[in-house]
Design a protein around this ligand. Structure first.
Ligand SMILES: [Zn+2]
Length: 65
């Protein structure tokens, strides 16, 4: 059995990337999965820079003098 994508011999004990993943080697499947995770699905509108006005000091002025 060889990988359908790159033709690598599957289930080779000396090659950790040759794991049989449904007919494809892990070397190819791993790259595909990495690309899927790196898809530009992030929208810049959801990300906002930190607001300096949020720097509110928390203190108590209840000292009896
Ligand atoms: Zn492959």
């Amino acid at each position: 059995m060889n990988c359908k994508l790159c033709g690598r011999s599957l289930d080779e004990p000396d090659d950790p990337l040759s794991t049989d993943c449904g007919g494809d080697c892990w070397g190819c499947i791993g790259e595909i999965e990495a690309e899927l995770e790196a898809l530009p699905s992030m929208s810049p509108e959801t990300a906002s820079p930190p607001d300096p006005a949020m720097n509110a000091k928390a203190g108590g002025d209840g000292r009896a003098g």
